[in-house]
Design a protein around this ligand. Structure first.
Ligand code: C5P
Length: 403
């Protein structure tokens, strides 16, 4: 039984929120409801109040009424905030940090988990602006349920954009309320992003890694209660919440940071470490002289961070996971890498340009270990992270179970 704060946005799916309120109350949850001005065009505060059995809050400025309480208290006195329907406009305002009505002010002041159930016309959902806002809101730590594919309220329209059904939202609420932290007490080291190897003060060697997969792993591990040390190369994405982040540039800096983060129970090497660097970094910008030959770059191999930390010894983490980004013979190469690096698992993925993996949000991976190969379906990088951490939890539980 939890205290839910439901924020109803202004969309036709608002009528389903009445059913959601009823179902949530059946489960023993108590509800307070905030309605946007738009929401009140679709359902009235009177009917929402009748179903929720309590006051309905609509105005940021009316704090003198009998039941009125401020936006800070509204968010503080809830265990979970649910936005249903989360309209395109409401999510745009959430992404922008607006606070000009009660719903957005509550969301900006929230120190509790937030779950959003988007609902809109499929074209609005697919619009790059909405997708940008959804990505931002997700990066800010907000959970999502739906949208679903299907018939729209507008006749003749179908596609991705339907709000999830009330029972589905309720299941997501229950999941979000579960404070199961199976990795609490564990220290997890994660490397992420590319490395940057200088050539001179302005030029460098690097690669296209965005850090999205490694950062998603760090986020998932922290959510499951682990203490997470994330060593990140230069990336354009924000630091995950609740994680200790060390920013580095070169492979040698990444190795030193990873070593000083030890001991760790589990280490996951998702970084795309540059294989080579030049040993003779020029102190000044290398000049292009007319008629002179192009400079010859002398390259030497970088330290292998994964292999170094997977070497047997007292400081080796109990479980060492490497990644293998391949453009051909993905599984065959991953199996070879497992042996060559001395790690326990390899998460292998195809990064040939046609897959859009580098920089994209999706990933199709294979989990390769001594036990065999698991082929996972195409998933978002967040879901790959979630599933990988889930597999780690299962493995730890198995190891604890007496044979
Ligand atoms: O050898 P390759 O670069 O394909 O191996 C990939 C795996 O090894 C990844 O887990 C990556 O993070 C790790 N690695 C590393 N240090 C290197 C090269 C790769 O930790 N110098």
């Amino acid at each position: 039984m939890a205290r839910l704060l439901l924020i109803i946005g202004g969309g036709i799916a608002a009528y389903k929120s009445l059913e959601l309120i009823r179902r949530a109350r059946d489960q023993g949850h108590s509800l307070r409801v905030v309605m946007t001005a738009g929401a009140q065009k679709f359902v009235t505060p009177l009917s929402v109040g009748a179903v929720s059995g309590g006051p309905v809050f609509t105005d940021l400025w009316a704090l003198d009424g009998e039941h009125e309480i401020g936006h800070i208290r509204l968010s503080r006195e809830a265990d979970l905030i649910v936005v249903a329907p989360a309209t395109a406009d409401l999510m745009a305002r959430m992404a922008g940090g607006h606070a000009d009505d009660l719903a957005t002010a509550v969301l900006l002041a929230a120190d509790k988990p937030v779950l959003a159930a988007p609902a809109m016309n499929p074209r609005m959902w697919a619009h790059p602006a909405t997708q940008r806002n959804v990505a931002q809101v997700a990066a800010d730590g907000i959970g999502f349920v739906g949208p679903e594919r299907g018939e729209m309220a507008e006749s003749g329209e179908a596609g991705l954009g339907r709000m999830a059904e009330p029972m589905q939202i309720l299941a997501a609420i229950e999941a979000a309320l579960t404070t199961d932290q199976p990795l609490s007490g564990k220290h997890i080291l994660v490397t992420s992003g590319p490395t940057l190897e200088p050539i001179d003060p302005v030029r460098f060697i690097s690669n296209r890694s965005s850090g999205k997969q490694g950062h998603a792993i760090a986020t998932a591990a922290a959510r499951m209660g682990a203490r997470v040390s994330l060593i990140s190369g230069p990336v354009a994405i924000p630091d995950p919440a609740g994680v200790t982040v060390k920013h580095v540039e070169s492979a040698r800096e990444m190795l030193a940071a990873a070593q000083s983060a030890l001991p760790a129970d589990i280490a996951i090497f998702a970084a795309a470490v540059a294989d080579w660097r030049t040993p003779d970094v020029a102190g000044e910008k290398i000049k292009k002289a007319k008629g002179a030959p192009a400079p010859h770059l002398n390259l030497i191999e970088n330290p292998d961070i994964l292999r170094t930390l997977a070497t047997p010894g007292s400081r080796r983490p109990d479980l060492v996971v490497g990644f293998a980004a391949e453009t051909e013979h993905v599984i065959e190469n991953a199996k070879k890498k497992l042996a060559a690096k001395g790690c326990d698992w390899i998460v292998a993925n195809d990064v040939s340009p046609a897959t859009g993996t580098f920089g994209g949000t999706k990933n199709t991976v294979h989990l390769v270990s001594a036990a065999g190969v698991e082929n996972w379906p195409e998933l978002t990088k967040d879901s790959v992270a979630e599933r990988l951490m889930q597999r780690i939890v299962e493995t730890l539980e198995k190891a604890r179970t007496p044979k």
